[in-house]
Design a protein around this ligand. Sequence first.
Ligand code: ATP
Length: 249
Amino acid sequence: MTDAVLQTKGITKSFGALRASRDISIDLKPGEIHAIIGPNGAGKSTLIGQICGTLKPDAGSVHLLGQDVTQEPTRSRARAGLGRTFQISALAMEDTVLQNAVLGALGAAGKPWRFFGNALKDKALRETAEEALERVGLQDQARMRTAELSHGQRRQLEVAVALTLKPKALVMDEPMAGMGSEGSKILTGFLDKLRQEAPILLVEHDMDAVFSLADRISVLVYGEVIATGTVDEIRANTAVKEAYLGDEA
Ligand SMILES: Nc1ncnc2c1ncn2[C@@H]1O[C@H](COP(=O)(O)OP(=O)(O)OP(=O)(O)O)[C@@H](O)[C@H]1O
C-alpha cells in the first residue's frame, strides 16, 4: 500500500443523520485507472469532495503522495499534484479554448487570476496550455470560443485544463456524461494512455467505459465500499449484482 499515489483511510462523513461515507479506504496506484461506481446517491460525489478538499471528513484521512492532506485546502492539494475534472463544467464559455487552458496553467502556476490579462503573453504559460490542448486533440480549436465547442470537445478541454497542472493523480467526475458514442470512444482511448502519466480515480456511470478502462473497480452502495476488484471479479460478485449491476454484469 505504501506505493499508493492517493489513498483514503477510513473516511467517514455524515449529513445530519445520513451517513454518506462509511469508513471508506481506497487507494490509487501508479499507472492504474480505479473506477468508483454505484447507484445515484451512493456517495460518490461526497467521496470526491473529501479527496479534493471541498468537504472535510468527520473521521479518517486522505493521503497524497504519502503526505496526509486531510486538513489541506483544495488549492494546496492541486499544487501538490491532484488534478480533477468536474461533473458540471467549470469552463468560461465566452473565452476562447486557449484562454481557458491558459487560465488553467495560471492556476497551476499558483498565480492569482488578476494576472490573467498578461498570461496570454507569458510564453511558458502559453506553451503549457498549447501542449495540453494538443494532447487532447484540440489544437485546431484553440482560437474558437468555448461556447462553440461540441459537448464532447468541452469535455476534452476540461481534461486539457486539468493537464496544465501536470498532475500526479487525476480525479474525474463522470467525464463521459452527455458524450455521444464517438466522443466516448475518443475520450476512452485518451484516458487509456493517460493512466501511465497520471493514475486516474474515475467516477463514471458509463459501464462500457468503466469495463473497458478500469484496472480495478470499487462499488459504493449507501456510502460503503461493498467490493473492490478487477472487472472480472466485480462482474462475478453476487452482492454487486444484487445491489447495482444486475443485468449489466
Ligand atoms: N450537502 C449535503 N447535505 C445533505 N445531504 C447531502 C449533501 N450532499 C450529499 N448529500 C446526500 O448524501 C448522499 C450521497 O450523495 P452523493 O451526491 O455523494 O451521491 P452520488 O453517488 O454522487 O450520487 P449521483 O450519482 O446521483 O451523483 C445522498 O443521499 C445525498 O442526498
